[in-house]
Design a protein around this ligand. Structure first.
Ligand code: SF4
Length: 74
């Protein structure tokens, strides 16, 4: 689950912020038209729970998603 595209790192090989990354020339963090709410992510997990999926969290930098702690602790 890509919780956010925001990232405060600039890894050279990154597809988003690296030398050829699609957010490379954006001096601000990427234009974000809104964030998916924690409640919506939880709803998605609930809907998939019967499949017992393995879920990994990525970004961007997931710690820049304000709801991260709430999301992973409930
Ligand atoms: S998204 Fe990952 S790879 Fe890209 S700059 Fe951030 S930490 Fe580095």
């Amino acid at each position: 689950m890509r919780l956010t595209d925001k990232c405060n790192h600039r890894c050279a090989v990154c597809g988003q912020y690296g030398e050829d990354g699609y957010n490379r020339d954006d001096n601000e963090l990427p234009t974000v038209r809104g964030n998916v709410s924690v409640e919506r992510y939880k709803e998605m997990i609930d809907n998939l729970a019967h499949l017992k999926p393995h879920i990994y969290i990525t970004g961007g930098e997931p710690f820049l998603y304000k709801g991260l702690v709430s999301f992973v602790t409930t």
